[in-house]
Design a protein around this ligand. Sequence first.
Ligand code: NCD
Ligand code: ZN
Length: 355
Amino acid sequence: MSIVRLPGLIDVHVHMRQPGGDHKETWSTGTAAALAGGFSTVLAMPNTTPAVVDEASLEIAADLAAAGARCDFGLYLGAGHGNAGAVGALASRSAGLKMYLGQTFGDLRLDDQAVWSAHLDAWPENEVVAIHAEGSSLQTVISLAESIGRPIHVCHVADANDISLVAAAKDRGMRITCEVTPHHLFLDVTTPLGSGRAEVRPRLGTPDDRRALWEHLDVIDCFATDHAPHSLAEKDGLDPPPGFPGLETALPLLLTAVHEGSLTIGDIVERFHVRPSEIFGLPTDTDTWTEVDVDAEYQIAASGESRSGWTPFAATPVRGRVVRVVIRGEVAYEQGKVVAGPGTGRDVRMEGRAI
Ligand code: NCD
Ligand code: ZN
């Protein structure tokens, strides 16, 4: 056993399914999965039912999160067709503004470029705009943001073309950051998952895409799971929704890459702690940490704490296990047991909330 202590890990891209999708995940089950995966903070996406797009829906989501969360959390607001401008007043209470410009689960997709520009213009400059865009829409939104000096964060960059677009924008001096998911680093179209289970947005890339992501590690600011739980019945059904659960497998997979020499522990800390806290302006706390046993060898279990009840990484041999998570001095997870109860997690933007 060889224990390494990491600072509090932050996953800037998760989907908890409340309100409206409790059979897929709740704040209680999703943050139990976060703790089991070694995370102490998660930032949750707004494509719930209803979507989080205004003050009333933010209040509903924030109340559910406050009641259920076992780790700290933040909530994104969704950019809609009619809320550019108005949504900016809520910026300080949110993790950031999420703009869906690509194909996704839910009804937050924006296909009108005038609306993209309205949001990029109106959202406060010092708050994060996180963008789901691929290919030509990524190119367009980079140009729009660059022309007005608006910083953007690009979600789940997944292929060789898109990581090159981000790299080139960084080279030009644009304030652009990005995240990459473990599933795009460790899986590709050749992985035999079965058609419904393989559905995810962005889609899994080719082996060359996967290699390109690894070759551009220096361009990747954050790792983020895009934990997108759907039930197995849905994934194996007639109209499988896209998304993989990812909270419980990210760290073991990345620690295995450390063991194999393709990554360092410092690379993980940089992308799951340092850059997320810098980009999203999140508090860091020396009494919050995660301990991992970097020697533990085992196979990833078929399911864990997440209500989704499956993982695309079942039976994958890994080296590296989460043994303890401590949040603000309190043990939240230890030796396979979730200790923190629902409601113990804090909203990382709480100071901005009207109480
Ligand atoms: C996400 C979901 O299920 O909410 N699915 C996915 O494949 N990543 C939606 C999204 O992040 O686009
Ligand atoms: Zn997502």
